[in-house]
Design a protein around this ligand. Structure first.
Ligand code: G
Ligand code: G
Ligand code: MN
Ligand code: NA
Length: 254
């Protein structure tokens, strides 16, 4: 409860900030980033989102927090759009269930794109399977509306939830994100390789892009590439860092 009150204050006092983790293609060039929120608590230091996002969801603070993240991410995207070197970068933003369930979620996203000047085509919203299962029809309707403006959708932690193939067929996704648990076991477990290969095949037949998360070693990256993966994210390429740190990653010159 004390932490919740601190979070409310922290949100008002700009204690939250975004870090960016690079997403690279098969040539090793950066094609985008995922925005990951951080909280610099005045006494406790850095608090992990794994700790404060669930808290924010329970208290409803996730709504102003989520809006702050979206606004900050779109400002960054608008900045990149002005720079020829960075104009092609996409930015992925995590969306929580409670955020998506807001009746005016679509309008909020569109308004934020408009007032920041961020190009809709370069915004990717990351949703999880469990979040979508809550009320699939409502989620699909909102996704379709945003997609019509160019916003992309990535299914985060893919393979760990319970999404049926029937839903997958109906969801207007642009990307599947292979969960880090499969990536971690790739080199030691043939069954993890089989799952990765199946996800890639499924994505290819549905016309979706596949990105793997939590890629920490060259062996993992090579196994993913051999099995048809399109893009990668993880400590092997870059830790979540400031935007300046992100610029140190290899630019996409292809
Ligand atoms: O950045 P890190 O890997 O520590 O993130 C921990 C968890 O917090 C992950 O599940 C991640 O998806 C989530 N997370 C990070 N940033 C955000 C955000 O801006 N909004 C939401 N809803 N979740 C986030
Ligand atoms: O749930 P989501 O996938 O959005 O969260 C991403 C989380 O994974 C963040 O907390 C981020 O810091 C973490 N992360 C990113 N890359 C790696 C990695 O290579 N290894 C590990 N262990 N964690 C990672
Ligand atoms: Mn994510
Ligand atoms: Na994930």
């Amino acid at each position: 409860v004390a932490l919740e009150k601190d979070l409310r204050t922290g949100l008002q006092q700009s204690q939250l900030f975004l870090l960016y983790q690079a997403q690279v293609n098969n040539h090793g060039h950066i094609v985008g980033a995922e925005a990951l929120v951080r909280w610099q608590h005045p006494q406790h230091g850095m608090v992990s989102p794994a700790e404060f996002i669930p808290l924010a969801e329970d208290s409803g603070l996730i709504l102003p927090l989520g809006q702050w993240v979206l606004q900050a991410a779109c400002k960054q995207l608008a900045c990149w759009a002005q720079e020829p070197m960075y104009a092609h970068l996409t930015l992925a933003v995590n969306v929580s269930g409670r955020q998506l369930r807001q009746p005016d979620f679509v309008q909020q996203v569109l308004k934020t794109l408009e007032n920041t000047g961020a190009p809709a085509k370069q915004l990717k919203l990351e949703l999880t399977e469990s979040l979508l299962l809550d009320n699939p029809q409502d989620a699909i309707t909102k996704m379709v509306a945003l997609k019509a403006h160019g916003v992309g959708f990535s299914l985060d932690d893919f393979g760990t939830g319970y999404s049926s193939l029937a839903y997958l067929r109906r969801l207007p996704l642009s990307q599947l994100k292979i969960d880090s648990s499969f990536v971690r076991d790739l080199v030691s477990e043939p069954r993890a390789v089989a799952i990765v290969r199946t996800i890639v095949t499924l994505a290819d037949s549905l016309g979706l892009q596949v990105i793997a998360e939590g890629v920490e070693t060259q062996e993992q990256r090579d196994s993913l590439a051999r099995n048809g993966c399109h893009a990668y994210q993880g400590y092997l390429f870059s830790r979540p860092g400031t935007v300046e740190e992100l610029y140190l990653c290899a630019p996409d010159t292809s």
